[in-house]
Design a binder for this molecule. Structure first.
Ligand SMILES: [Zn+2]
Length: 414
């Protein structure tokens, strides 16, 4: 086990991919969900990393656009004819646990045992995938922060791909566009996006999880805010007069089907989830999210929530306003309508002998936003595990496999 810089010299002289990754995770880019939506990017460190990537893209020989959208775009000119293809990753990290001041630790060769960090033990019993990388190179944080493989592994893989394509002119490829977005973890990454620059109709996001997994669709998602106006009076004189807003909110949360909650569902089942509740007898607010892989299923859930809200208003005599907004859409249909996207990916995988597992992700990706603009965006693994947590880890070998795959996609291997 080696700590701190220049750790990669001890581990793998050859791996500039590892060097890139360690460089990127050391920059503080935790996004701030309270600021996102009013300030873009929500934290200044994201801009620092964008500027670093901008310089690196220029050094590689890409044309670069970094405009008011705060999305960094680079394009490497192709050396063959053919439709441009695009790749995308996000530079911010989640704020579920501390995400700044990351000190990456490289475990190489990884001995196949539990990994003991500051206050956190990454157990092989809970992480059987770790054993695939015994003898290889596993990277964790110190245990005090997340690591940031979501999605700096994706950023490093894309940058390394460009560097290889640019330095070896014998590799055939069409125009390659790359996009780095801010504030993905806050849901604001594509609030504005330079769609007019995008020539590609397929944009592979490199923001997935374990080795070999390709996400070909995601949830349809809505967010609901329920505002309740009650009538507060002295509890001792409340009989027949008080109309309790907080009780109304609690009733609505309780009335959601328990068997259709996040904790009771998996696979392709959707859910209702209460996320926050606050208020008093006078006024209360309840926030929920709704998820379903089918659009009709999501519409049904929205209807059920409206019906429950109406019933609660009648029972408690309060005024209930239920506002529902669509958050993102399943990109499955857009991917299916561009058969070329998955054909190119499957051909690339088989050309490097990689078995892939195509699945629907129980969440959203930037691809879900691109889908609404008709751009197909399957999501490629990076190798990251236990994302958004202190026990996050990634194996260098899985990042290298992802790099091999994006290179084969760029080449258009048959
Ligand atoms: Zn991500």
């Amino acid at each position: 086990m080696f700590k701190g810089s220049p750790v990669w010299h001890n581990v793998s002289m050859e791996s500039t991919l590892l060097g890139r990754f360690l460089r990127y995770v050391s920059i503080d880019t935790m996004s701030d969900s309270r600021m996102a939506g009013s300030i873009r990017p929500s934290t200044p460190g994201q801009k620092v990393l964008m500027q670093m990537l901008r310089t690196e893209l220029e050094d590689i020989g890409c044309t670069v656009h970094y405009g008011p959208e705060e999305v960094l775009q680079g394009c490497l000119a192709g050396n063959i004819d053919g439709e441009a293809i695009a790749f995308m990753a996000h530079v911010d990290t989640a704020d579920d646990v501390p995400g700044n001041g990351v000190v990456p630790i490289v475990h190489s060769p990884y001995d196949g045992k539990d990994i003991v960090l500051d206050g956190v033990v990454i157990k092989t019993d809970d992480n059987p995938d770790l054993l695939r990388y015994r003898g290889g190179t596993v990277i964790t944080s110190s245990g005090n922060t997340l690591l940031g493989s979501d999605d700096k592994a994706g950023v490093a893989i894309i940058m390394e791909m460009l560097s290889i394509l640019s330095s070896d002119k014998s590799i055939p490829h069409p125009d390659i566009e790359v996009y780095f977005t801010p504030d993905e973890e806050t849901g604001h990454s594509l609030d504005v996006f330079p769609y007019d620059l995008m020539k590609a109709s397929v944009c592979y996001t490199v923001d997935g999880t374990e080795e070999g997994v390709i996400d070909i669709g995601c949830f349809n998602a809505s967010a609901a805010t329920i505002k309740i106006q009650g009538h507060a009076v002295h509890p001792g004189e409340a009989r027949g007069v008080m109309r309790n807003a907080l009780q109304t909110a609690a009733f609505i949360a309780q009335a959601l089907p328990r068997t259709e909650s996040p904790e009771a569902t998996s696979g392709e089942e959707g859910f209702y989830a209460a996320m926050s509740i606050s208020g008093t007898a006078e006024m209360a607010e309840l926030s929920l999210i709704l998820r379903d892989f089918e659009k009709s299923g999501l519409r049904h859930r929205e209807e059920v929530l409206r019906n429950i809200s109406e019933s609660a208003a009648m029972i408690y005599g309060t005024e209930v306003e239920c506002m529902i907004e669509e958050s993102y859409c399943n990109f499955r249909d857009t991917v299916a309508s561009h058969p070329y996207a998955m054909k190119r990916l499957r051909n690339a995988a088989s050309s490097i002998g990689l078995g892939i597992k195509e699945q629907m992700v129980r969440g959203g990706t930037d691809g879900a936003h691109l889908a609404s603009h008709g751009i197909a965006s399957p999501d490629i693994f990076t190798g990251g595990h236990n994302l958004h947590s202190l026990s996050e880890w990634v194996a260098l070998e899985s990042m290298e496999k992802s790099l091999e795959l994006v290179l084969a996609i760029a080449r258009g291997d048959e």
